[in-house]
Design a protein around this ligand. Structure first.
Ligand code: NAP
Length: 394
């Protein structure tokens, strides 16, 4: 017998990619996305407890967490000292949000960005910090440096941070394919971090994968462990957030312009984004795939430590503000039926299953925004394959 299963997954882009790579998750409730009234933004997050992958509120204040009686660690003499590189950007702001959501203990936190932002104020957990210009000397007495300021900045300053004794968690593509640097999604391959320890004065680099790879592998790995994936076909529906704060602003501006009958301003993307979809803006390579698609292929091979798995991807930008969606079709070496696959996913770390056929309710970007879990739905056998060897996962 062969089974084709299909899973649907959607997850908040910067939130998922940063948090999953840096911090171990506490518990994850399978029902976390279901009960509450789901809305977009911080207002909705108040409906969720931390255990359900929800948000406490703005990291600028500690009040939200304390209001619900959550014991916060936050500023603590026993915690590591942290630096956030690219703190003014879309991902940098997500780093702060996730540190806050998870009560991550820290004895100090340094806010780093470019010269342009030096001197700006950044509030965090009730304290006001001054953004500093990133320099090679920024990492004295830093235990953990969270980097998200682009690949060239990581290449230039990452080694300096490591030499100063920091554990660098790098969100860019700079080191992902370096064979000596672990490429980690904690829910998928935490063992790759063995030997790396915070606070012993010995620096190290850890890379986290592209956001699309993280989403796909958080959903596909539990099934891969059960029945070994032979072939994975992924199609993405990627939000503006993956292209940074300026892209999100451009989508909003273009939407206003188009509705007002004006020509859209195209600074970040070379074509109209509002009310449109287009092939991912990453460079197109000689084989016809774009870089985003090839990242999914290569990173999956590295993370699964298995280059025999056949992977193909089609990456598309859709005019959604936050949270990428993916359609994932898996073909397995061993039979795996739909109910078993659903049960595996319901118990998988970092996964929330929303698979309500009766009401035709499945994961949406609005529901997944500002949450860390990968929402999976539409799990079904692929009728184009005989038996129980395949499955799609959006
Ligand atoms: N893994 C993932 O899922 C994922 C997703 C999205 C992005 N990323 C990576 O994260 C990077 C940042 O993405 P983003 O969406 O946050 O972009 P963004 O919103 O444009 O923010 C860029 C950040 O980098 C800082 N920066 C730029 N040049 C700098 C310099 N010379 N020195 C120090 N800081 C500098 C900016 O500071 P200023 O405000 O001072 O300019 C800003 O804080 C991307 O380039 C990409 O590599 C990864």
């Amino acid at each position: 017998m062969a089974t084709e299963a299909v899973l649907a997954a959607a997850a908040a882009v910067p939130a998922a990619s940063t948090s999953q790579s840096v911090f171990s998750r506490k518990s994850s409730s399978p029902s976390s996305f279901n009960g509450a009234h789901l809305r977009h933004g911080f207002a909705a997050s108040d409906n969720f407890s931390r255990q359900s992958g929800g948000r406490k509120g703005s990291p600028a204040s500690t009040a939200a967490g304390k209001r619900r009686g959550v014991v916060t660690m936050g500023l603590s003499q026993d915690g590591p000292s942290i630096a956030v590189v690219g703190v003014t950007g879309a991902v940098g702001q997500e780093f702060l949000q996730v540190l806050h959501d998870r009560d991550f203990p820290y004895r100090s936190i340094k806010m780093l960005a470019s010269k342009r932002s030096a001197g700006k104020k950044q509030e965090f957990e009730g304290h006001e910090y001054v953004v500093e210009e990133l320099t090679e000397g920024s990492f004295d007495d830093v235990d953990i440096a969270l980097f998200s300021a682009g690949g060239s900045i990581s290449k230039k300053f990452g080694p300096a941070a490591v030499n100063a004794g920091a554990i660098v968690v790098d969100n860019s593509s700079a080191f992902r394919m370096d064979k000596d640097i672990p490429l980690v999604v904690p829910e998928v391959n935490p063992e790759a971090l063995n030997g790396i320890k915070v606070g012993n004065g010995k620096g190290a680099l850890i890379a986290n994968p592209n956001c699309s790879t993280i989403i796909a592998l958080v959903a596909a790995t539990p099934l891969h462990k059960a029945a070994k994936v032979k072939r994975m076909v992924v199609s993405t529906y990627q939000a503006a957030s993956g292209a940074g704060a300026a892209a999100m602003a451009e989508l909003e501006q273009q939407t206003r312009e188009v509705l007002a009958g004006q020509p859209p301003t195209c600074n970040i993307f070379s074509q109209q984004y509002a009310f449109n979809i287009f092939s991912h803006n990453a460079s197109v390579l000689e084989n016809g795939y774009n870089e985003e698609e090839m990242k999914m292929v290569k990173e999956t091979h590295k993370i699964w430590n298995d280059s025999s798995v056949k992977v193909t991807a089609t990456c598309i930008r859709v005019p959604v503000m936050r949270a990428h969606a993916e359609s994932i079709n898996l073909q397995f070496e061993s039979p795996l039926d739909e109910d078993t696959a659903r049960e595996i996913l319901q118990n998988a770390p970092g996964v929330v299953v929303i698979d309500d056929r009766e009401r035709n309710r499945f994961p949406t970007p609005l529901e997944a925004s500002n949450k860390d879990d990968v929402a999976v739905g539409r799990i079904r056998r692929d009728i184009s394959q005989d038996g129980n060897w395949g499955m799609p996962v959006p």
